[in-house]
Ligand binder design. Structure first.
Ligand SMILES: C[S@@+](CC[C@H](N)C(=O)[O-])C[C@H]1O[C@@H](n2cnc3c(N)ncnc32)[C@H](O)[C@@H]1O
Length: 257
């Protein structure tokens, strides 16, 4: 029997704020390169179960396929969703702040190589492309996120950028001018690996690292916070506040280890 309690209440939003965040495994879908073609059945499934929206976020100029109250799985039992939890179907406060910042300050990305780590719906990578980044890689360990990012590039009439669905935190760092990380400080173990990996990026290559984060409680005492300097803070739109109970602002932080 379908429950009247949706994702919003039973599933991942609650899990994120409590810090018990299940991550799907990757593997069967390796790298999606530029111009890759989505499996038609998967495209149809994602299109059927998401809604195109540009409202309720800090970046109305970016259109995204997201899970909204008009989608079946907003209300459906979470375990009936046949893939890993669809974190890519939410535009998180951290990503919103980062994307807003990149759109308002194109000089931060113009002509630069940009890695969007934990890209989710891909909005921050899209903002980087709109602001003139030279080279972009969107990375997320969820292969379905890779497909959603491809759809979201199309929606915004952008030529697709490369998408990698490997766990880059297990790989040696490459040289990037800028690494952007939206809303990934929700789990201690992930924050630990992220911290070490990003520190190496900065120390080895002089990479600039910008983190978009609303300050979630599971990681509020993490040591990375001692090395984060606030660049800008945004008041969250009402719709985002409602989805992220208790959060009213989100900020962009400069990581200086
Ligand atoms: C809370 S969502 C944030 C998505 C997006 N940055 C935003 O702010 O809207 C976190 C994302 O990080 C991804 N993720 C978790 N661990 C990861 C890892 N080790 N490498 C890359 N992505 C990861 C998840 O699949 C998820 O899409």
């Amino acid at each position: 029997m379908a429950s009247s309690i949706g994702w919003k209440c039973t599933g991942f939003l609650k899990a994120v704020t409590s810090g018990s965040f299940f991550l799907s495994t990757w593997g069967q879908f390796p790298r999606r390169g530029m111009g890759s073609v989505l499996d038609p059945a998967m495209r149809a499934y994602l299109e059927e179960n998401t809604e195109v929206t540009s409202s309720g976020s800090l970046t109305p100029e970016i259109r995204l396929r997201l899970l909204t109250p008009r989608c079946k799985f907003w209300w459906e039992r979470a375990d009936l969703w046949p893939h890993g939890d669809p974190y890519w179907a939410i535009y998180w406060p951290g990503g919103q702040a980062l994307s807003r910042y990149l759109l308002d300050n194109p000089d931060v990305v113009k002509g630069k190589s940009v890695l969007d780590l934990g890209s989710g719906c891909g909005a921050t990578a899209i903002a980087a492309q709109m602001s003139g980044a030279l080279r972009i890689l969107a990375n997320d360990i969820d292969p379905v996120a890779g497909m959603a990012i491809t759809l979201n590039c199309e929606l915004n009439h952008l030529s697709p950028f490369p998408i990698l669905t490997k766990n880059m935190l297990n790989l040696k760092q490459d040289q990037w001018d800028l690494v952007v990380v939206g809303d990934m400080l929700y789990d201690e173990a992930l924050a630990d690996s992220l911290h070490g990996w990003l520190r190496k990026c900065v120390r080895t290559f002089g990479t600039q690292v910008l983190i978009g984060d609303p300050g979630r409680s599971p990681c509020s005492g993490h040591s990375i916070w001692r090395e984060l300097h606030k660049v800008v803070e945004y008041s969250l739109p009402e719709a985002t506040r409602q989805q992220n109970s208790g959060l009213t602002t989100s900020a962009v932080w400069d990581f200086q280890p």
